[in-house]
Design a protein around this ligand. Structure first.
Ligand code: HEM
Length: 398
């Protein structure tokens, strides 16, 4: 959707052989550091613990209302940054706040109607005044790229030592450098691997991995605060686990209502009502409409999640719709928050682990309340967010 500064790079906006190769690399690498592995879960849990501690202090047991956006963004940002380039920021760190702000602003700008002109008639990006949003977007990209270039430079400096010591690589940036060397040493084609591509791949993963998960969690806590009876039922389910200090992924199967509630949050939040701009690969006809090779389209897979024939009274927040008669989580084919097909979300398993661990552990620790006046309006950006809200967080007696 967004044109990169020097041609198409990254993974979200490219296609063909380059997309296949780079997506495969990213998927394999994320799987290698994967959420299935205890080390990664431990890393996520460190961030969740830091979030719970921070919110406990900030809220002074419900005496101070807390705005969740920045602390959640810090937690989720640390999880993805850790995977991408082993970098983390303390809660409240100004650099993280700035990065989060840049991502938010980027998400708003790309939805401006003028973007259509920039994409279809690129010469409009050169017309003074008309190009103001384009210039702002490029400036944001420059700042984000400068941050990523710093991370890559630090990795390059340490790479020789890591290679010599044959130390295990623990982030995607080192894995990328290792892959390039492996290919060169074995005489294999280096393919589309290069430094600019690495930077843009990091940018795509950072943006896609952060924006979506943070937005979903913002909705999650607002929806349970607005539906206290559901919040209470989830907390009762969590309490049945007994005296454990943290809820881990191993507990997931014992928490059907918690899982159903997260599904319902994703369904009703429907944070990506439009999928990304895609190009038709092969001319085809669907329902009498012709789609020619090269046409630009914006699929709307998420429309299914609001279809009253599939989800009865779709505007009502009702986690029970995801439970069957035996109180097991029901698989509903049309529930597709991560899309479907070859362009399906690349970070789905990471996102699911994050949503579960953050949601379950926060609800285990806090009762969340908001004033009745807090709005549930849908604010359109690249993802749909709730308006900024403050909530009361009361420590639960465990
Ligand atoms: C709740 C969290 C998330 C949601 C709801 C979500 C949703 C989606 C959806 C619907 C798409 C498909 C867009 C299309 O139709 O083209 C997508 C693509 C993508 N997602 Fe996610 N995502 C989430 C988290 C993540 C995370 C944590 C990462 C990073 C590790 C990530 C990385 C990506 C990438 C790179 C793509 C583009 C894939 C490609 O074009 O081949 N997402 N995501």
């Amino acid at each position: 959707m967004l044109e990169n500064s020097k041609g198409a790079n990254g993974v979200v906006q490219i296609d063909g052989d380059k997309w296949r190769e780079q997506r495969r690399f990213a998927l394999h690498t994320l799987r290698d550091f994967g959420v299935g592995r205890p080390l990664m879960e431990q890393k996520i849990m460190l961030e969740v613990e830091a979030l719970v501690d921070f919110l406990g202090k900030e809220s002074r047991n419900g005496q101070e209302k807390v705005e969740l956006n920045a602390p959640i963004a810090n937690c989720v940002g640390n999880i993805i940054n850790n995977m991408l380039f082993s970098c983390r920021f303390k809660q409240g760190d100004l650099k993280m706040t700035k990065l989060h702000h840049l991502l938010d602003r980027q998400s708003q700008i790309v939805m401006k109607s003028i973007m259509g002109a920039y994409i279809t008639c690129p010469w409009t990006t050169k017309i003074p005044v008309l190009n103001s949003k384009w210039l702002e977007l490029m400036d944001i990209k420059r700042q984000l790229c400068a941050f990523l270039a710093e991370q890559i430079a630090e990795h390059r400096e340490k790479w020789d030592i890591i290679r010599e010591e044959q130390a295990e690589v623990e982030d995607l940036t080192y894995a990328y450098m290792k892959e390039v060397e492996r290919r060169m040493r074995s005489g294999e084609d280096v393919g589309f691997f290069d430094d600019l591509q690495l930077q843009m791949l990091l940018l795509d993963l950072f943006f896609a991995g952060m924006e979506t998960t943070v937005t979903t969690l913002k909705w999650a806590f607002l929806l349970v605060a607005k539906n206290p009876s559901i919040q209470k039922r989830v907390q009762e389910e969590l309490d049945q686990l007994g005296e454990i200090s943290q809820i881990s992924l191993a507990e997931k199967t014992r928490l059907p209502l918690t899982q159903a509630t997260i599904n319902e949050i994703q369904r009703i939040a429907n944070i990506l009502p439009f999928n990304l701009l895609r190009t038709v690969g092969i001319s085809t006809k669907i329902d009498g409409f012709s789609f020619e090779k090269g046409d630009l389209i914006i699929p709307q897979v998420s429309i299914l999640m609001n279809d009253p024939e599939i989800f009865d009274e779709p505007h009502i927040f009702n986690p029970d719709r995801f439970l069957d008669e035996n109180y097991n989580v029901k698989k509903i084919e049309e529930f597709l928050p991560f899309s479907i097909g070859r362009r399906q979300c690349l970070g789905e398993s990471l996102a699911k682990a994050e949503l579960f661990l953050v949601f379950a552990n926060l609800l285990k620790n806090f009762e969340i309340r908001v004033e009745d006046t807090v709005s549930m309006e849908r604010v359109l950006g690249l993802t749909v967010s709730p308006p900024v809200y403050k909530c009361e967080l009361r420590r639960r007696i465990l």
